[in-house]
Design a protein around this ligand. Sequence first.
Ligand SMILES: NC(=O)c1ccc[n+]([C@@H]2O[C@H](COP(=O)([O-])OP(=O)(O)OC[C@H]3O[C@@H](n4cnc5c(N)ncnc54)[C@H](O)[C@@H]3O)[C@@H](O)[C@H]2O)c1
Length: 273
Amino acid sequence: MLGELDGRVAVVTGAASGIGLAMSEAFLAEGMQVVLSDRDEDSLDAQVERLAGAGAPVSGEVCDVTDPDAVAALADTAWDRHGAVHLLCNNAGVGPAGPMLQTTPTEWRWTFDVNVLGVAHGVTTFAPRMVEAGVGHIVNVASQAGVMTTALLGMYCASKHAVVGLSEALYRELDTTPVGVSCLCPELVRTKIFDVARLRPYWVDVHETTDANQAALGEILDHRGIEPSDVAARVVDAVRTGRFWVFTHDVTMEMAMARFEDLRADRNPSIIG
Ligand SMILES: NC(=O)c1ccc[n+]([C@@H]2O[C@H](COP(=O)([O-])OP(=O)(O)OC[C@H]3O[C@@H](n4cnc5c(N)ncnc54)[C@H](O)[C@@H]3O)[C@@H](O)[C@H]2O)c1
């Protein structure tokens, strides 16, 4: 358990926007030094400049989490600069949506490259060094979509179930080490997660209706989403106290339990809105 965060060092992926940026700001408020990293260089530079301009102990590193060599370089840079990394947030993610029958092979590859392999690269790169150093905590960002399933988010649900699965296994494997693990499962948070067109690589093909589907979900998020800073406060608390599950909404537990009730009763999946 990390306990006191003051003076510790955090690395956050996908930190140029949304929840990653809010977690970075929350860690700074706790007295941590933060390495913000993101694939989006312009947004990253703007945020690091803003925070550094206000006197915060931050630096920015461009890193595409789908590239294991880039994640290794991020770890090297962080350790060289600070001599330690106490907290890693595997937060970078993308939120493709729409009917599964309209998804494409390249969309699946991209989604799993970022949402699943990106987390795996962070874990396999940083965790051994944390174990060796005798201190550390890893926050993997999954989603409510990692403990329940819903129509029109099949690819995203599949990737986030994978993050929950690898995080639980990791927690068990690290149980006898001084390295803790948390799994963040937010419901709707007001960010740019459904604005995937801004992040989608050139080689990803999408159905002609995809961008309209994404925009509709983006509007729901704008109206119903909570603030990223509310999520970040829960993460700070979980890291400090060594809690694994980090939920943001009561409905997440209700939906997860409903799913397990179906399982236990050997019932077909309930159709939810
Ligand atoms: N917003 C929500 O409602 C919500 C709900 C549950 C889970 N989440 C998860 O929270 C995490 C953060 O998302 P957000 O909502 O803040 O969205 P966001 O789009 O505002 O931020 C995501 C950040 O990840 C970066 N990113 C994307 N691909 C990357 C890559 N290959 N390498 C490095 N950086 C990359 C983006 O540039 C962006 O800055 C994601 O894992 C997302 O799935 C979000």
